[in-house]
Write a protein that binds this ligand. Structure first.
Ligand code: M6R
Length: 359
């Protein structure tokens, strides 16, 4: 069943480029994005978006908050479902309420969706499991088509959620008439390259295996990045902690000097997401500060960075989302190799279940 892979997680990382094509099929056309799930009047009366989810799906929501504001020009708020439920949220009917869930059964996300429906909001689910509770309840669903995900650590589900959200932000931008044709074409071109990027990113697997030897000790990990690479940093830290049981935190790179840098010394490993197409110099100066305090730096970047102790050289891309997807694969492989080296069962980590159906 594992098809020659050591773990389902490994198989699912390797499947990502194929399932991504399924996610895109019928939705990415020559010069536009199309969703047959969404009817003509879907955006009537909508002037804002609220996204709600848990765990990795919450990180996908955070990524999309940058994309929706950039491409659709709609204000976005992102909520952790377990917080949203009890904060007495103010809900207005001009809000499109989007829930994101791999399983479609996460208790907090399902309850949040019920609250939004009760308040009369238009609701959209982005989900991997057809006919799940969330799918049955939402007004409309876009399925991510990742196929069955068995590893507790979400990989291909996250990748396809981000892709659906990116396509959706472009689709909304076109529908709202806020995008130039040239911008739409640039996004479409990048979207078309994602499966190849996911496939080529696997070349880095051996390097991750080798590096995993060095990154087992120390008192913790910082994953840092800016913009969409900040939620990717959160996701990298979550992946590592849930399967390796090592302490890892994700931060916006610019937050270091507001507290976290106090932890920096040689035993602190910094995994720096340093894309070339987005705020490279800003991120670099944050990493330099950590290096000056002796943190051990693993830079993930297409650009050689002299101060890095270790390096994962990514490919050059002309769009931040392509750098995003490649770095996502690197984080997944690195977390998996570290966990395997520690002797852990990466598919069934301790204390965790694939689907969290209780509060
Ligand atoms: O099925 P869901 O997407 O609603 O699940 C949400 C989280 O429980 C899930 O993403 C969890 O954080 C993963 N194990 C992370 O890899």
């Amino acid at each position: 069943q594992k098809g020659g892979y050591r773990f389902f997680m490994e198989k699912e990382i390797y499947e990502q480029y194929e399932v991504m094509s399924d996610t895109m099929i019928g939705r990415v056309l020559d010069n536009e994005i199309s969703f047959e799930e969404i009817d003509e009047n879907f955006l009537d009366g909508i002037s804002r978006i609220k996204l709600c989810a848990c765990g990795t799906s919450y990180h996908a929501a955070l990524v999309s908050s940058y994309l929706f504001e950039r491409l659709s020009k709609l204000p976005v708020q992102v909520e952790i479902a377990s917080e949203f439920r009890y904060k007495e949220p103010l809900l207005t009917k001009d809000t499109l309420f989007i829930v994101i869930s791999q399983s479609g059964e996460t208790a907090d996300t399902l309850e949040a969706l019920k609250m939004a429906k009760h308040a009369g909001l238009k609701t959209l689910a982005i989900c991997n499991v057809d006919n799940s509770s969330i799918v049955r309840l939402a007004d409309t669903t876009i399925l991510t088509r990742a196929g069955i995900e068995k590893g507790v650590a979400s990989t291909k589900a996250f990748a396809t959620q981000v892709m659906v959200l990116w396509m959706l932000s472009l689709y909304f931008g076109k529908r709202c008439g806020v995008l130039e044709d040239s911008q739409i074409n640039k996004e479409l071109d990048a979207i078309g390259h994602v499966p190849t990027v996911l496939k080529n990113a696997l070349d880095i697997h051996e390097k991750c295996k080798r590096l995993s030897k060095r990154y087992l000790h120390g008192h913790g990990f910082f994953f840092i990045g800016r913009d969409i690479f900040y939620p990717l940093a959160l996701e990298g830290a979550l992946k590592l902690k849930e399967i390796s049981y090592l302490h890892a935190e994700g931060y916006p790179a610019g937050e270091m000097k507001h507290g976290p840098i106090a932890l920096a010394d040689a035993e602190l490993f910094t995994i720096a997401l340093m894309p070339k197409t987005l705020l490279y110099d800003k991120t670099k100066s944050n990493v330099e500060e950590l290096s000056a305090r002796d943190s051990t730096i693993l830079a993930i970047s297409p650009e050689i960075f002299d101060l890095a102790d270790d390096f994962i050289l990514t490919h050059n891309h002309n769009h931040p989302m392509l750098e995003f997807f490649e770095m996502m694969v690197v984080e997944q492989l690195l977390a998996m190799e570290i966990a395997i080296r520690l002797g852990n069962d990466v598919d069934m980590p301790r204390n965790l279940a694939k689907s969290v159906t209780v509060e």
